[in-house]
Design a protein around this ligand. Sequence first.
Ligand SMILES: Cc1cc2nc3c(=O)[nH]c(=O)nc-3n(C[C@H](O)[C@H](O)[C@H](O)COP(=O)(O)OP(=O)(O)OC[C@H]3O[C@@H](n4cnc5c(N)ncnc54)[C@H](O)[C@@H]3O)c2cc1C
Length: 196
Amino acid sequence: MLDDVEGLKEVWDKGKAVHCMFCHGYENRDKKLAQLGLNPMVVHVLGGIGTLSKDVTVLTNEPVGASDPKVMDAVKSLGFSIIEGKVESTKLTHDDDKVEIAVKDAGKTTFDVLLWTPSTTVSEGVRPLLDNLGLQVKSGSMPINEYVEPINPMGKTSVPGVFVAGDIQTPMKSVSMALASGSIAGAFAHFDFGHL
Ligand SMILES: Cc1cc2nc3c(=O)[nH]c(=O)nc-3n(C[C@H](O)[C@H](O)[C@H](O)COP(=O)(O)OP(=O)(O)OC[C@H]3O[C@@H](n4cnc5c(N)ncnc54)[C@H](O)[C@@H]3O)c2cc1C
């Protein structure tokens, strides 16, 4: 996925691309931010970013005219700018301090940080296991965000004896959620097995 945009891997490796403004927001407050990609979920996330930075530009990364006008209006109503067009490349400036982004027919613009939320999918190693168990993989909204929904808050699934914990059990993936769900699922799986 990092290879989809030229240079993104290098920018990511240097910490100049971040996947979540709520995880990396304090360090990047009041900076000049570029959001890579536009979809309704982006509008939802950007709605909470105004307290961290007022200088946000959304790069649609789609051909000019291809983006949903309603979603574009929603971004503008938040007071943020939009640059339409496919992103051709991202590049660190010579001191690794900023990111220069080239957009087709819109030239180059330099930003402090690039926001980019990758899709999170069930790994190819785990998918056959879920299929064999008969567990259904759901997908959250854009970008693709796969998970197996538990049928109760203890991580129990629709398949008897199978519990889910961690990233796999929620579209909102974070360390604290993973820890909490693991703690609960572990305990209740233990009780459950006692009744098998
Ligand atoms: C770039 C990035 C930045 C993030 N930043 C933050 C942040 O700032 N704050 C925050 O709260 N969260 C952050 N997260 C999310 C956080 O990392 C995850 O929510 C958390 O690590 C999930 O824990 P987990 O134990 O469920 O899964 P993981 O940490 O993914 O652990 C799963 C483990 O299972 C192993 N595994 C997979 N398949 C198999 C198999 N078939 N057999 C054996 N082992 C297997 C994997 O190798 C891995 O070690 C970030 C995630 C990413 C990708």
